[in-house]
Every structure is written in C-alpha cells, then in structure tokens.
Design a binder for this molecule. Structure first.
Ligand SMILES: *[C@@H]1O[C@H](CO)[C@@H](O)[C@H](O)[C@H]1NC(C)=O
Ligand SMILES: *[C@@H]1O[C@H](CO)[C@@H](O)[C@H](O)[C@H]1NC(C)=O
Ligand SMILES: *[C@@H]1O[C@H](CO)[C@@H](O)[C@H](O)[C@H]1NC(C)=O
Length: 405
C-alpha cells in the first residue's frame, strides 16, 4: 500500500516536471500574484532602479498624482508593473519606445503597482505587467497584444480613434466631466450592436466632440437624461456653454451627426463656474448680456439673433445676473445691479467695458456690437479688477446646465 502511494507520487511529480520542461509557463500566467522573494528564483539581477532609465519618455505616477494627471490628459496608456518582475523589466524598453512614437498623441505612464497598493486595488491589478488605456480619466481597454513598440502604439492609435467610449459608473462620469468641454452621451440598450454602431459612425464625422455611451440609468441621469427615458436616448452637453440639448430624432448616424453639427457651436455662451476661465481668456472682443435667469427669454432670444447676425466675430456671453455664485459675482465686477437686462461690450485685452444705454432691441444691440468691432465706441472704461480672473476651478459634479431647445 505505502509502496503504491510512493510510486504514484513519484510518477505524478515526474509528469509535472516533464510538462514544465516541455511547456514552460507562458506570458499569460507570468508573475500572477508573485511575491518579491521569488526574485531569487528568476535569474534577475538585484538592481531595481531600472524604471529610472525610462523617465525621459514615460511619466511616472503614484497614488498622490495619478488622479491629477488623469484629469488633465485625455489618452493615457498605463503600465502597472512591479520592479522585481522579469516581464515588467522586459516590456519597459518597448513601452518607452512606444511612448516616443506616440509623443503628442498620447501619454504613456508607469505605475509601480507593487508599491502603490491603493491604485493596484482600485484597478484590480492581478498580474504584472498589466496595461490599460485610459480615455478622459476613465479606464477603457486592456491591452493584450504582442508587447512590442509597434503593436502597442498601433493599438493606442486605433482605440483613440474609435469614436465611442463607454461609461459604466457615476464615478467615471464625474471624472469625464472634469476633462471634457463638450460631449455627446447615448443612453442605449446595449454597449454593442446597432445603436452603438450608429453612434460610433456619427462620431467619426465630429472629431472635435467626444462620444460616450452608457446603459446605466444613473449615468444617464447624471448627464441630464431622464432615467426613465425611452432608449436609445441622446444628449449633447456643452459644458463650457452650460447647455444640455436633448436629441429628439430618429437614432440614425445621419440624424445624430446633423444634430451635433447644429448644436456644437452655441451662439451664446452662458457663463458658468466651469467656463469662466475660457471666457476670460478668449482673445475676441465680447458682448455680454446680463439678465435674470427667469423671465428673460425674449431678450436672450434677441441676443442670440444678434450673435447670429454678427457671425462669431464677437464672443457672446450671457450671465444669469442674480444666480448664486458666478453670476452674481461677475455682475458685481461689471457694476451691474438690479433686475433690468444690460448689454456690455468688453475687451479682455485691455479690460475695458462699454455699457449700452437705452432700449435693448435687435437693431440697437447689433449696431452697438458693430461699433465695438470697429473701435468706434467712446471710452467709458472702468478697469475691471483682476480678481475676476481668479475664479475657483470646477468641482466636477456640481455643474449647472441650462436645458435648451
Ligand atoms: C542599476 O541599474 C542602473 C540601470 O540599469 C545602472 O545605471 C546602475 O548603475 C545600477 N546600479 C547598480 C548598483 O548596479
Ligand atoms: C508623481 O510623483 C512621483 C513621486 O513623487 C514623481 O516621481 C513623479 O515624477 C510624479 N509625476 C508627475 C507627473 O508629477
Ligand atoms: C480712449 O482711451 C485711450 C487710452 O485709454 C486713449 O488713448 C484714447 O484717446 C481714448 N479715446 C477717446 C475717444 O476718448
């Protein structure tokens, strides 16, 4: 009995050894959950400073600066590695070479996932190295291809031009809001299939607008689509202009593309905490309408007509004069008080402003704008204090939109 057991044991171990000899572990089960003391087993030299070699081409991030970097950069490929891991060390030079090839298009990042336990946990890193492509701060794709510079860079380029990205959680939605200035969101039955294909096809015609899709009612609601809306539903968010425009046509690529064409250039920008910086840094001469949020439809419409007539030669800005926060504060800066709508011409270059006196009609506003363009307005300038340019940065979730249409 004992003998058979021993024999059996010997037999199985030799089979295992034989198998290992013939079929050494491949890349796919490489350092899965490997611990650093396995280092002695792999024939790696004990020098762990090799990641420094790639610092010139590859950005190194840790738990403290990961989010900030992701919030500022749109296309980012992240290599989660461990510095004692053979396959990580082997991949690094190819990864760095891919970073060089993608300079200006995408950023390549290395994260020591063995040290950065929180990041590793958040992204559920089970093996080293693991590569993910993040778009607008949200993880979108895992890279499984051949680990060469050419395949890595080709894959990043392909995914970057894909057109439509998926959002599954409101956390991701919040992150996307901090990166995007305008976007289209489709609320679909499925992330693949007909609806998604129509959306992706429409996106190809608008490389300046990013398209997202979701099946989550929470995400849809976050982006101002009613969670009980009939799917497929679609909305265009112009975050700089503070506008949300729902799509109400048939869900075809052509209808979507046309809708985006008409929606992406708003004639009048509504000042918000999110776009204040863009507005103040816009080099164009500006025409500002101050009017209360309620009861101003007529004057806003007139103002939009003027914007249309002047064809983008001026930047047209609307301020909800008595709204909490930015509206009230900017009204004060411009010396506008009370409830009566006011039109003010403003030139960011010299911080001069001119007030339109008299009735606000299509023709009075239009000729005021034209005179301003031709530098014919008299000096009534008050310097606007510098504090106006130091508006707080956006905080992600708490943005306000004026639903349009
Ligand atoms: C460790 O490796 C780096 C780069 O491979 C090299 O520059 C450095 O001299 C090495 N240090 C030691 C102590 O071997
Ligand atoms: C992030 O922080 C690490 C550690 O301080 C630093 O080495 C790295 O350069 C930082 N990365 C960026 C992009 O600031
Ligand atoms: C307007 O002000 C500028 C300097 O601030 C001055 O050079 C110019 O002559 C003034 N124009 C009029 C019409 O007063």
């Amino acid at each position: 009995m004992e003998k058979t057991k021993t024999l059996l044991l010997l037999l199985t171990s030799s089979i295992i050894l034989f198998k290992l000899y013939l079929f050494p572990p491949t890349q796919s089960h490489e350092d899965l959950k490997a611990e650093p003391d396995e280092l002695e087993l792999t024939n790696l030299n004990n020098n762990h400073t090799w990641p420094l070699l790639y610092a010139k081409d590859v950005v190194s991030l840790n738990g403290k600066n990961f989010s900030e970097f992701m919030g500022k950069n749109r296309n980012v490929m992240v290599m989660f590695y461990a510095n004692w891991c053979y396959w990580s060390k082997k991949l690094a030079p190819e990864f760095a070479a891919a970073a060089k090839m993608l300079k200006g298009e995408a950023d390549l990042v290395m994260v020591d996932a063995y040290l950065e336990k929180d990041l590793a946990k958040e992204y559920n890193i089970l093996a080293y190295p693991t590569l993910y492509l993040f778009v607008a701060g949200v993880r979108q794709f895992q890279f499984f291809g051949e680990r060469t510079r050419d395949v890595i860079s080709a894959c990043v380029r392909e995914k970057m031009t894909l057109g439509t990205y998926s959002i599954t959680t409101t956390d991701e939605a919040e992150r996307i809001l901090t990166v995007e200035s305008k976007l289209v969101l489709g609320f679909l039955h499925d992330l693949e299939g007909m609806e998604s294909e129509e959306l992706a096809a429409a996106s190809k015609l608008h490389s300046d607008v990013n398209f997202y899709q979701t099946t989550s009612a929470d995400v849809a609601e976050f982006f101002h689509i009613h969670p009980k809306s009939k799917r497929p539903a679609l909305i265009f968010l112009h975050l700089e202009a503070g506008k949300a425009t729902p799509f109400r046509h048939q869900f075809t690529r052509l209808a979507i593309a046309n809708f985006v064409t008409h929606t992406k250039h708003p004639l009048v920008v509504t000042l918000t905490i999110h776009n204040a910086q863009f507005v103040f840094q816009d080099p164009r001469k500006q025409l500002w309408l101050f009017a209360p949020a309620y009861g101003s439809d007529k004057v806003i419409l007139t103002f939009e007509e003027v914007a249309k007539a002047l064809k983008g030669k001026l930047l047209h800005v609307y301020v909800e004069m008595n709204s909490e926060g930015v509206g009230r504060r900017v009204s004060q800066e411009f010396g506008v008080s009370g409830n009566a709508p006011r039109v003010i011409a403003y030139s960011a270059r010299d911080a001069k402003k001119y007030v339109l006196n008299g009735e606000l009609t299509l023709s009075s506003i239009k000729s005021f704008g034209e005179e301003f363009l031709d530098d014919k307005l008299l000096n009534q300038s008050d310097q606007i204090s510098e504090t106006i340019l130091k508006l707080p940065l956006q905080s992600g979730a708490s943005y306000q939109l004026r639903t349009h249409e």
